[in-house]
Design a protein around this ligand. Structure first.
Ligand code: NAG
Ligand code: NAG
Ligand code: NAG
Ligand code: NAG
Ligand code: NAG
Length: 382
């Protein structure tokens, strides 16, 4: 395994160097801006001052992050942090809660730990910034960008060039539907109905985002939520993965993937592109193919909510672990996911219909096509 870890590291370094040769020289990122919507998988500090017990701005979180604990729910970088670097950004995208000293033209991160597609999700922790509120926060940023650029039209043109990363929905199951003492949803909906409700609400938000300029979307599906140590102990039989929860996530993913087809069709002439990242297929691949010496036990000592108990020493060999706490993966796991999400040319089972690398290239190609089309139309009418 040590050998495997090393070869991954080498691949990663080769990758970084290759990536840098293309982009770092001029300090130009592959997209000018990146906006991030999601939950604790992507949060980089939005919950720090929020009245909630779902927080991670204390040690041992951030033990492998240059700035220490920041509100990231892992030992180092989140998956989207790493993708941000692959895209050639020099800095991480700042959290909405603190954009001071940052250039919001490069993007903002709205993700909030515990949050979900539904507004009420995660509120048993105190508060959470659900997807609808994240969109409201984005509108605030959009108007600030309009002020900076001089007009809403210029802002719109600019915002069409950005990448929009959306990774949300796990908590609607883990911190809502499958938590009947706190939430009534499982008495109102069957699991199939609930999944459909989530997909409809997510779709409405994605369309609302489209109305305010989003064109390039990377939509992450849900992972093996039933295999997180927290779900295994709450719902698993004999220490195995909670299959009902994994199945719910699997069905959510299938519906989301179908929506990606539908959106790519419906919004084709708006020069839009959606991709679906199959987090679950990826997790199965990573788990089975690459193996992690410690696939089930959290690296830190989790407290009652599943997050690390503050100031306890975490495991030493963090790259051997899948989970940092009872719900959140280690940086090593995030890295492998980020690599495949960004670059999986060879396998559409993971990124559909293309990977992030091709998504960020895509609009340029389409713009060329459209330019050629309109040129030929012009010459035809002349
Ligand atoms: C993408 O991955 C393939 C192998 O999986 C590798 O050969 C290729 O160099 C990678 N591309 C980039 C841009 O890193
Ligand atoms: C806000 O962000 C700036 C720049 O990244 C940082 O220097 C500052 O410490 C942050 N403030 C808080 C309260 O986190
Ligand atoms: C979101 O849900 C919480 C908890 O149910 C509630 O207090 C809050 O007012 C809701 N916010 C919106 C915008 O609906
Ligand atoms: C759980 O483990 C016990 C003891 O190993 C075994 O007797 C039992 O059949 C198992 N239950 C299930 C559902 O696998
Ligand atoms: C657009 O037209 C130019 C010149 O005719 C051609 O070189 C280029 O390949 C075309 N681009 C695409 C994307 O079709």
């Amino acid at each position: 395994m040590a050998c495997e870890t090393k070869s991954w590291l080498v691949m990663f370094l080769v990758f970084l160097v290759a990536n840098c040769m293309q982009h770092c020289v001029h300090g130009v990122s592959q997209v000018p801006c990146l906006f991030i919507f999601g939950d604790s998988m992507s949060d980089s500090g939005n919950n720090n001052e929020l009245p909630t017990t779902s927080k991670s701005n204390f040690r041992p979180y951030g033990i492998d992050f240059p700035l220490g604990p920041t509100g990231r729910y892992t030992n180092g970088r989140t998956e989207i942090d790493i993708i941000t670097q692959f895209l050639g950004f020099e800095k991480f995208i700042p959290p909405f809660a603190n954009t001071s000293g940052s250039d919001i033209l490069k993007g903002v991160n709205y993700a909030s730990g515990g949050s979900g597609i539904r507004n009420e999700t995660g509120w048993h922790y105190g508060a959470a910034i659900g997807l609808g509120l994240q969109l409201a926060n984005h509108r605030v940023i959009v108007s600030e960008i309009a002020t900076k650029l001089g007009s809403p039209d210029l802002a719109r043109q600019y915002l069409e060039k950005c990448l929009y990363y959306v990774n949300i929905g796990s908590n609607d199951y883990m911190g809502n539907y499958f938590l009947p003492p706190f939430y009534p949803t499982s008495t109102i909906y069957t699991i199939e109905e609930f999944t459909q409700v989530l997909i409809e609400e997510l779709s409405l938000n994605l369309q609302a985002l489209h109305d305010i300029g989003a064109r390039k979307y990377a939509l992450a599906g849900l992972g093996l939520i039933g295999c997180t140590p927290g779900m295994v102990s709450a719902h698993g039989t004999n220490g195995s993965c909670a299959e009902e929860q994994n199945l719910a996530a699997f069905n959510f993913n299938n519906k989301l993937k179908a929506r990606v087809d539908q959106f790519n069709n419906d919004f084709y002439y708006a020069n839009s592109k959606f991709i679906f990242i199959n987090t679950q297929a990826l997790a199965i691949e990573l788990r089975d193919k690459y193996g992690f010496p410690v696939p089930e036990t959290p690296c830190c000592l989790p407290g009652l909510t599943g997050e690390c108990v503050p100031d306890q020493e975490p495991c030493y060999n963090r790259n051997d672990y899948v989970f940092f706490d009872a719900f959140h993966p280690t940086e090593q796991w995030n890295l492998l996911n980020a690599l495949t999400s960004y670059n999986s040319t060879t396998n559409s089972a993971f990124t559909y219909p293309m990977d992030i690398k091709h998504l960020v290239d895509h609009e340029i190609k389409m713009e060329l096509e459209l330019t050629n089309e309109s040129t030929s139309q012009l010459s035809a009418t002349e």
